[in-house]
Design a protein around this ligand. Structure first.
Ligand SMILES: Cc1ncc(COP(=O)(O)O)c(C=O)c1O
Length: 343
């Protein structure tokens, strides 16, 4: 795996990183006490140790594989610019999204123009009013300019769930090219677990997982974890030190006990997933009830995350116009054309 010139610069070690590291080591014997309520104390220990407990698939990872960032959004900003952009030898490095549409929040994160590339999905009709995207491997042939691939799983905005076989295939391509496969678990494994289909997590020498506390109900704590090969985790930590010194403690302190006990996984399975499944089902029932049966609409199979992705074939209005109309009625949608134009 090769870093961009900027990535090398930001992650190659710095005085401020050494200082933060030394301060961290000096304080490592000291237990930090946070006051949750007047009469209740929360004890904080490094969350990385807890996190290892719930990487339940026996992955060969240790604390050296984990970096903490202030939310997933920042993690992606670091990762995209660590790998993408001009390399030390002057050649360009680009980030490839193997299955578009992808999370609109990735757009504009590239520090250099032209850093993102996307592949159109294969589409299959699964029933009269349903369809599903697939990775179109026939058209996925990353060239030497591709420095990393990235998928959200489940996908924002389509609700697609890249299958285990597709993920394995992507990981094989990443291994052949020696590039990372970045997997955004914002809605998926191991928390908040808003997955309605079957999906196993995958760890290889190329996978970089990002998991966040946001969709577990703690977006304001700005806490995410990058689980990656040690050199990538170290680079992300360095970038964090250069740009923000250190991470906030509150998210880690709140989630620490839940992660240590495994409760975070149980709560995800028993509370969060069923909650969103009920909402999803109610929305599907409403669509079936109010959309005329012969209308040319199709929904992407809802396999996870928080969204329904609607395809209005031959619509007379653009999705932007529909957005304006629905907004006046208090309904918010993300216009699909904006997702397409953003990248
Ligand atoms: C797919 C996806 N990835 C990453 C993020 C970033 O989330 P956060 O920075 O709150 O962890 C979001 C936020 O909505 C998202 O939908």
């Amino acid at each position: 795996m090769k870093f961009s010139a900027l990535g090398q610069n930001l992650s190659g070690g710095s005085g401020i990183e050494s200082l933060m590291d030394d301060l961290g080591k000096a304080l490592s014997g000291v237990v930090l006490i946070l006051y949750k309520q007047q009469d209740q104390l929360l004890l904080q220990v490094p969350l990385q140790d807890y996190l290892l407990n719930i990487l339940e698939f026996g992955w060969p990872v240790g604390p050296e594989n984990i970096a903490v960032t202030p939310g997933g959004q920042t993690a992606f900003y670091f990762l995209f610019n660590l790998f993408g952009g001009c390399r030390a030898d002057g050649t360009p490095g680009r980030i490839l999204f193997p299955l578009m549409p992808e999370y609109i929040g990735y757009a504009n994160q590239a520090l250099e123009p032209g850093m993102f590339a996307g592949v159109q999905p294969g589409i299959s009709r699964t029933s009269p009013h349903r369809f599903k995207y697939h990775v179109d491997f026939k058209n996925l042939d990353p060239g030497v300019d591709i420095a990393a691939m990235c998928v959200s799983r489940p996908t924002n905005p389509s609700g697609n769930l890249i299958s285990d076989a597709e993920l394995r295939h992507l990981a094989d391509i990443a291994a052949q090219r020696d590039i990372p496969l970045i997997i955004d678990n914002a809605y998926g494994w191991p928390f908040p677990g808003i997955v309605f289909g079957e999906a196993k997590p995958l760890w290889t020498g190329q996978t970089v997982h990002v998991m966040s506390l946001s969709k577990f109900g703690l977006p304001g704590t700005r806490t995410a974890f990058v689980v990656a090969p040690p050199e990538v985790a170290a680079a992300v930590s360095s970038m964090m030190a250069v740009t923000g010194l250190a991470n906030g403690n509150f998210g880690q302190a709140i989630a620490g006990p839940l992660i240590a006990s495994g409760e975070i996984v149980r709560l995800s399975r028993e509370i969060i997933r069923p909650f969103y499944l009920r909402k999803r089902n109610a929305a599907l029932e409403a669509i079936a009830e109010f959309f005329p049966a012969d209308a040319p609409y199709a929904l992407h199979e809802s396999e996870g995350a928080l969204f329904l992705w609607l395809w209005l074939d031959g619509a007379k209005k653009t999705s932007r116009e529909l957005y304006e109309i629905l907004k006046k009625r208090g309904v918010l949608i993300v216009p699909g054309e904006e997702v397409a134009q953003a990248f």
